[in-house]
Write a protein that binds this ligand. Sequence first.
Ligand SMILES: [Zn+2]
Length: 89
Amino acid sequence: MSMNSSDPRLKALARMIAETCDLELTCDELLDRVARYVETLKKRETPDDTLALVEKHLRLCPECREELIALLRAEGVDPASVGISLTDD
Ligand SMILES: [Zn+2]
C-alpha cells in the first residue's frame, strides 16, 4: 500500500492532529479556567482573550464540554440558554 498524500483518510487524520495541536490549553488548564468561564456566561459578559481560548478548547474537546455542561447544570444554568450545546453543530 502506497502512502498517497491525497488520500482523504490521511487528510482527515492530518486535520484531526492539527486541531488537537490547536487546542492551546491542556484539559487541566481548561479546568482551571472553566469556573471563571461559567461566571462570565452567567453574567452574560463578553469573554476576554483567555476565555476565547477556553471556548476554542470546548469546541474541540467533548470531554471538557461535558464538564462545562455539568458545572452549568450544577449552577442551575440551562446550557442551551448560554449557547452551549451537547452536540458539535
Ligand atoms: Zn479538554
